[in-house]
Design a binder for this molecule. Sequence first.
Ligand SMILES: *Cc1c(COP(=O)(O)O)cnc(C)c1O
Length: 403
Amino acid sequence: MQEYSIFMRLAIDGGVPVRKTILPYSRQQISEQDIATVTDVLRSDWLTTGPKVEEFEEAFAAFTGARYAVAVSNGTAALHAAMNAIGIRAGDEVIVCTMTFAATANAVLFCGGIPVLVDCDPDTLLIDPKAVERAITKKTVAICAIDYAGQPCDYESLHSIATQHKLVLLADACHALGGIYQHHPVGCLADLSTFSFHPVKPLTTGEGGMITTDNELLASRMRQFRNHSSTSDHRRRHEEGSWYYEIKDLGWNYRLTDFQCALGLSQLQMVPGWTRRRQDIAEQYNAAFNSCPAIQPLSSRDGLSHAYHLYVMRLYRQKSRVDRSQFFQALRAEGIGVNVHYIPVHLHPFYRETLHTKLGQCPVAEEAYKDIMSLPIFAGMTDRDVHDVIEAVTKICDAYGCS
Ligand SMILES: *Cc1c(COP(=O)(O)O)cnc(C)c1O
């Protein structure tokens, strides 16, 4: 038997870990400029519903190539506002990919609609247009695509299905800000696109969200919806010297503050550079893991620029002596903050109970879920961090005889 040195021995077996502290799978980057712009707003007259909201919306619309952008308090609120704007109500069906975060499906339920959870493509885990077509019924109103991991979906196919069946096409683009599809930026690829500004996402405002659209009516509905469905907001009444407003519908308070919008504006400038950095990290991982037959990165299709919010790899069970959960534990022990995105939505108890979803209804997503792991990827990673991840993954592949 070969003698392993203490450095070769896995941390999970008592060896020396690659890192002493956990490297998270994602985290924010905050600059001195970010801090300065936020403190400026804190000293100003407007903490919310002020000029920074419009400024951020205009810059975001310009960045994504959309005509309008509407800022809201988080990514879930963005999805809710979008579903409300297109008029989802009791009994309406919205086709949603099961390989997403629960909020995508929940937004349909908030409006009384039914999320119809469909399967994904095995190579990209993006919504499968054939599964979409099969799920269309007389009650279908919209398709909600998710740019999983930061890769834009097959919008060419999705648009043609939506046009043919007169459906609204939504993009949950929470992962994909900075991505490009056939020369068009993410944010103008669907009728409505939603974004999240949680600290792990491509840009942060602490909590925050945005919806982009070219449709003026939808934009104005979402602006009212985020402010109690009121016909006027605090700043407009201040400017007009008026107290009058009307409530036209049931609304929410989904406003984003001015200091958050200032942070978003400052962060937005960094997005192109940050995206390139994540793409560069993904390329280094792809090259390094070529020599590990037991792991397979998800594919990236041609004709697009992947925003790599997540770097997802699959463990080939046939070529590995351990399963995903053991591989995951071994990586954590080495100090690598690996994660799993996602448990397919239809498998959660809540949807099994309320939507009567069951095991077997989305076999591709279910199989993928057994094998996927998200490795750390964020713009602030140092070369040393990237090296640590590669070292830990190859160390585990070597130890489990799967190289
Ligand atoms: C983060 C995320 C959301 C929810 O965004 P919040 O800002 O956390 O509400 C929705 N969908 C996807 C795909 C996400 O990644």
